[in-house]
Design a protein around this ligand. Sequence first.
Ligand code: DX5
Ligand code: ZN
Length: 219
Amino acid sequence: MGIQITPSILNADFAALGDEVARIPNADWVHVDVMDNHFVPNLTFGPTMVEALRARTDVPLDAHLMIDDPDREAMAYVEAGCSSVTFHVEAAAAPVRLARELRSHGARASMALKPATPVEPYEDLLPELDMLLLMTVEPGFGGQKFLDLVLPKIKQARALMDKHGVETWLQVDGGISLDTIERCAEAGADVFVAGSAVFSADDPDAMVGALRRAAESVG
Ligand code: DX5
Ligand code: ZN
């Protein structure tokens, strides 16, 4: 599939999200950060808002659920029009069942790991997943500093994917910018979330292109 750039709207203008997503036509996905003030100490929006956003862009939606009880809540985001849904393994009661349920309803199934959660225990789950998200900040807020300590885990995850011969995408999220994207690409990531880097740029769509070129320059 190659390199994909998925801007997060967390740092966009929440009072004008329809206009904000129209500013990034060259994004591969729009990354929507759902927070419940329990799994993370921040609150964003739910499926109704996501459904409204879906009507305002042709770019597919990539939901990142930072919520408790994704087993019960995740399907609402498929119904709201998300083509990819990511749940956190730290919150899921039955990740295999949940991934299969997402896939059976036509969505891409994705699982996220916080920075301190190791990847090896989940090696056997990789064939069940369309994407693995490795957080490169503690989830909850945009604009945080990239955690270099996650780089070895990115390499490890890529090696496990190669070992199993799976097509699982490897997404990184948190502190991704022109300063950090190349080291993530070098480590093996191929899907890049960028929030503040894109929406604090004068031309967000040009930043999407610049990030893509930087990641593609690593080879
Ligand atoms: C953080 C969110 C991220 C966030 C990224 O918990 O999951 O998607 O919006 O923002 P930046 O790119 O500013 O770190
Ligand atoms: Zn996110």
